[in-house]
Design a protein around this ligand. Structure first.
Ligand code: 5GP
Length: 199
């Protein structure tokens, strides 16, 4: 499973990874949020009404679920099972809360956290439309910080400083030859602190 704050370049990296490793596949999550322009039901998410989502949750259909930005998000256990039965390596793109639940239920699941290269670049990416107000950007930065705070719960950490290198590191993790972050935790802690520092 892979987590990252938005602005870390996670989606681009994962798409590139999947293009190189066709056996990897995303489990399509279920959400109560509305589709954004260009998103398709069944491809980007299964978009469902809150009532349906709650019914699924109550019926125990989710491997994990969480509320993110006020909306329900969840991974349906049967979706993952089906892909696994077909012999695929399943990637979950979920937030830190979901990652915690999966870790509890499936301790052998490998988790990766992707960090943005710097606070300035994170800020630039979160403001990339150029028309956002300072208040909107600050809110996005706070949400990113909320996710970044949990980097140390993950087996592997990839800093997306250089795209090609980050992709290689991610590929190594999925091939089971990733460099465990343990040796670098101290350095990463300093780095994460710079990302989290108040502006
Ligand atoms: P977005 O709405 O921008 O696509 O995603 C918002 C956040 O929800 C991201 O942090 C993403 O990783 C997380 N997310 C997406 N799907 C799931 C899911 O199935 N479970 C959990 N726990 N988080 C998810």
């Amino acid at each position: 499973m892979v987590s990252a704050p938005s602005g870390a370049g996670k989606t681009t990296l994962l798409r590139a990874l999947i293009a190189r490793r066709p056996n990897l596949v995303f489990s399509v999550s279920w959400t109560t949020r509305a589709p954004r322009t260009g998103e398709h039901d069944g491809r980007d998410y299964h978009f469902v009404k809150a009532e349906r989502f709650e019914a699924m949750r109550a019926a125990g259909e989710f491997l994990e679920s969480a509320t993110v930005f006020g909306h329900g998000y969840g991974t349906r256990a049967a979706d993952v099972e089906e892909l696994r039965t077909a012999g695929r390596d399943v990637v979950l793109e979920i937030d830190w809360q979901g990652a915690r639940s999966v870790r509890r239920k499936e301790p052998e699941a490998v988790s990766v956290f992707i960090l943005p290269p710097s606070r300035d670049i994170l800020r630039e990416r979160l403001a990339d439309r150029g028309t956002d107000s300072e208040a909107v950007i600050s809110r996005r930065m706070a949400a990113a910080a909320n996710e970044i705070r949990h980097w140390n719960e993950y087996d592997y950490v990839v800093v997306n400083l250089d795209f090609a290198r980050a992709l290689q590191e991610l590929e190594a993790v999925f091939e089971g030859r990733g460099e465990n972050a343990d040796r670098e935790r101290a350095g990463l802690a300093d780095f994460a602190a710079t990302l989290l520092a108040a502006s």
